[in-house]
Design a protein around this ligand. Structure first.
Ligand code: HAM
Length: 435
């Protein structure tokens, strides 16, 4: 093929709303994801991995057709077999599907699972809002007890604190779909919204009958003003839901987890029942995550006691959360030291002279096999160039090999922080370099 047939070269920028994650930023992301999965594992949440795409109806039925996510943001396509598939916009519905598919609901309960991975939503990109973004999260399925709510929320707030973001936990209960509380309340809310219809932004006026609770999510000034005086669900909970909510609050206080009651918090996905919560930037417009602008939620979650049944499965109460790593990284800031320190390379092997190149590669390989993080020059650099590259690699040590060292079965070990050097027998190196 000649150049003419190849046409214009492809656009090398990633698609709109996505980014290429490369070092050093990618170090921070993978470190944070590992910290999350370790934190979750420490409370008995095992890793779950489901496909990046699902049958579209898993989201339509699970997340709900009236939600913004399903209605407007899904990447849906038809495959060559004529099936409608969707790139996952979230993972709660897929995880519940996977649990039901494997019949885990018939085994020991609760089923506690944790995940980290990319999600996809076709939103208008802006700071903290992307079309491919990274979530970590947990789901606990099989128990309706308030203790699970408290456990899940505590784990989320502890992880966020260790990730270095200051958050405020907003807490609400939106009642149970089956119990009289939600149904009775919705009647009152619709009546109120009907009275205010003229004051609502058009997009919210449309929601009055399709999804009245969601009106509380509105960012429109006019709607927010019209909502002052609206009835709140928390004042209309049935006895069971009120009791559940009170227990959750007592348990959170036991665990020392601070929260603010936010009766307008309804969350954006249709599956929520009872407890709903969100971790928002504590600094507000003044704080670090003022950088985040309007995308001030680091994450959120809640109960979804009816989700398994809406997927056609057995009843299986559940609760979980998902946190957005992209936003956590913006909120946590992080300097240049943070980018390199803690990278996996501990030592850099420097070869003096062409004859040392082969022994240097063998030595690096042996040290790697013993479990150490080791790098070396693969560009034929001068010694000076190699020392520079060693510093760039973030290694603590340079292991220098020249003719004299090779002849005596030794290396010169240089501490790259202090500059101190000593001769060390090759067989003692691995022990000395262990972090
Ligand atoms: P969500 O509120 O839709 O909940 O998303 C959780 C978090 O993911 C958000 O607070 C945000 O940090 C991040 N996120 C969402 N969309 C974007 C985006 N376009 N760009 C960057 N970050 C984003 C859920 O996904 C539920 N599945 C949470 C859950 C788990 N509920 C129960 N279990």
């Amino acid at each position: 093929m000649d150049d003419k047939d190849r046409g214009a070269p492809p656009d090398l920028a990633p698609p709109k709303g996505t980014t290429d994650l490369l070092p050093p930023e990618s170090w921070r992301v993978s470190r944070l994801a590992r910290l999350a999965m370790d934190t979750f594992a420490g409370a008995g949440y095992g890793p779950v991995d489901t496909p990046i795409f699902e049958h579209t109806e898993i989201f339509e039925r699970g997340v709900g057709a009236t939600s913004e996510v399903v209605g407007k943001q899904m990447y849906t396509f038809t495959d060559r077999g004529g099936r409608s598939l969707t790139l996952r916009p979230e993972l709660t519905a897929p995880v519940v599907r996977a649990v039901l598919a494997a019949n885990l609901q018939r085994g020991p309960l609760p089923v506690k699972l944790a995940y980290a991975g990319p999600m996809f939503r076709q939103e208008r990109p802006q700071k903290g809002r992307y079309r491919q973004f990274y979530q970590v999260g947990i789901e606990a399925m099989g128990s309706a007890l308030p203790a699970v709510d408290a456990e899940v929320i505590e784990i989320g707030s502890r992880f966020l604190a260790s990730a270095g973001v200051e958050t405020t936990l907003l807490l609400n209960s939106i009642g149970h779909v089956d119990s009289s509380c939600r149904t009775g309340y919705l009647k009152l809310l619709v009546e109120y919204l009907e009275e205010q219809r003229d004051r609502l932004a058009p997009v919210d006026a449309e929601r009055v009958h399709t999804n009245p609770l969601r009106v509380f999510d509105s960012k429109e000034e006019a709607t927010r003003a019209a909502l002052e005086g609206a009835p709140y669900i928390t004042d209309h909970l049935c006895d069971d839901c009120a009791k559940h909510f009170e227990s959750v609050r007592t348990l959170l206080e036991d665990l020392g987890v601070g929260y603010e009651l936010e009766p307008r918090l309804v969350r954006g996905l249709d599956y929520y029942t009872r407890t709903a919560f969100e971790f928002v930037d504590a600094g507000g417009q003044q704080g670090k995550a003022a950088r985040l602008g309007s995308q001030n939620a680091f994450g959120g979650g809640g109960r979804y006691d009816g989700l398994a049944e809406s997927l056609g499965g057995d009843a299986l109460p559940g609760i979980g959360f998902a946190l957005g790593l992209d936003r956590i990284l913006i909120g946590a800031g992080g300097g240049p030291d943070d980018d390199v320190a803690g990278g996996p390379v501990n030592a850099y092997v420097v070869a003096i002279g062409a004859a040392a190149a082969r022994p240097a590669l063998s030595l690096a390989t042996r040290l790697r096999a013993s479990g150490l993080g080791v790098d070396l020059d693969l560009m034929g650099r001068s010694v000076k160039g190699q020392m520079k590259d060693a510093a760039r690699s973030g290694a603590r040590w340079a292991v220098i090999l020249g003719d004299a060292e090779i002849a005596s079965g030794e290396s010169t070990l240089r501490d790259l922080t202090s500059g101190a050097e000593s001769r060390v027998a090759l067989e003692d190196l691995a022990g000395l370099l262990a972090p």
